[in-house]
Design a protein around this ligand. Structure first.
Ligand code: MG
Length: 410
């Protein structure tokens, strides 16, 4: 089997409502690049990457001359052909590598007639549990604003009833820490027996991180995720707070993982199939975490069905995945895969059992959402449409005022 072509298509798929985070917002849609790697036997492998547009599509096109005739089975060679670590100072192609790796694993699985998880060590679970992933959000098209503790609890109750979540992750860093603490406590009071996590995307000062961490120590926490920026910042909080610390921001490669093993700053590493450069890199990282008794979770960078499939196959094969995975997936209004959005059952999504990644593109949906992208374009992830002129600082000193109903103009 040999690669003959790579095609990239940017799509914009609507979210239920604009989601707020510490850096800005997801402006009511996810922009993603879908890739199709075509092999000489007619098979097509699927990949996905965050963001999109002309430059992303051109970056994939630029890989074609070097990957033409590459055998998709040769995954280690692929790593060096796309993202040689000594060249990454000039060409950081980790995310491109990830998307192509997904597609090659999809091709291998289709060629052999086996699901991706059987190529990755075999599954140890049939379904992957997910956390609810709660956001403060702006109102849109019948989806209510989420700003107050009551609104947050009502939204969580709806999600729990619809999907069966028993773990709830609050994305914070939007409002002042004391206000978000009130929201977090409201969740703990409303859902006794469920587990909680809080992630302000690293914008708190160490003092605020300590204050928040100590205030939640008595609650049923999975972990406190990236309360502050950097390995040293996390270490400073970790030394004085008893809640486990997690990160998806500063342990995203093997060098950083080694640093965290030698001087521990985070107790739990959130593995991301894109940021780490593929599913296999995450499996390797999980083995290091197993050896050094670091916890493992699965990070979400805003996935459609192709990327979700990579997260499910990853989650299926990690014996040490003791935490529910994250996904923005339930925030989407639609998906681009055949059959529509994969369903949650009791807070988990079944691992695809078909050959390769086990998902196929719905061509009509891809065309529709490619058109939506052409119509709406991208959006600045690090700006908030309801706060014109604002930009994030780290540590942040200018949180949104929770008493003001911000107006979303987008
Ligand atoms: Mg995070």
């Amino acid at each position: 089997m040999k690669i003959v072509d790579i095609r990239a298509t940017t799509v914009a798929v609507p979210l239920q409502a604009p989601l707020r985070h510490s850096n800005g917002a997801h402006w009511g849609r996810f922009v993603r690049t879908l890739i199709e790697v075509e092999a000489d036997n007619g098979l097509i492998g699927l990949g996905e990457m965050g963001g999109g547009g002309e430059s992303a599509e051109a970056a994939f096109r630029a890989l074609v001359p070097n990957l033409k005739d590459h055998d998709p089975f040769q995954l280690e060679a692929l790593r060096f052909k796309i993202a040689n670590p000594t060249a990454s100072l000039y060409n950081n192609r980790t995310q491109l590598l990830a998307a192509v790796e997904f597609a090659c694993i999809d091709l291998i699985g289709q060629q052999l007639g086996v699901p991706a998880h059987d190529l990755l060590g075999g599954r140890v679970r049939d379904a992957v549990p997910f956390a609810s992933y709660l956001f403060f959000r702006y109102a849109a098209d019948g989806h209510a604003e989420i700003r107050t503790p009551d609104q947050l609890v009502a939204h969580t109750r709806e999600l729990k009833q619809a999907h069966g979540f028993t773990v709830h992750k609050l994305k914070g860093g939007v409002f002042p820490p004391d206000y978000e603490l009130e929201c977090y406590r409201a969740l703990a009071a409303a859902f006794p027996g469920d587990r909680l996590r809080y992630d302000p995307n690293a914008v708190l000062s160490v003092a605020e991180g300590l204050r928040f961490g100590r205030a939640i120590e008595h609650l049923d926490n999975d972990y406190l995720e990236d309360p502050v920026w950097g390995l040293e910042g996390l270490r400073a909080v970790r030394e004085r707070v008893s809640v486990p610390l997690a990160t998806n921001t500063v342990v995203v490669n093997f060098e950083q993982l080694a640093a965290n093993v030698l001087r521990r700053a985070a107790d739990v590493v959130l593995l991301d199939t894109t940021f780490w450069g593929g599913i296999r890199a995450c499996v390797k990282a999980a083995a290091v975490c197993e050896t050094f008794q670091l916890g493992v979770a699965v990070h979400s960078s805003g996935e459609l069905g192709v990327q979700l499939a990579t997260m499910l196959h990853l989650g299926a094969v990690l014996p040490n995945l003791t935490y529910a995975a994250d996904a923005h997936y339930h925030q989407l209004r639609d998906d681009v895969i055949e059959g529509g959005r994969l369903p949650y059952l009791d807070g988990a999504i079944a691992v695809p059992s078909g050959p390769g990644l086990g998902v196929k593109l719905d061509r009509d949906k891809v065309a529709r959402y490619a058109e939506l992208y052409r119509e709406l374009g991208g959006y600045p992830y690090d700006r908030d449409p309801g706060r014109p002129g604002w930009y994030a600082q780290v540590p942040n000193e200018r949180f949104a005022d929770p008493s003001i109903i911000d107006r979303y103009v987008g």
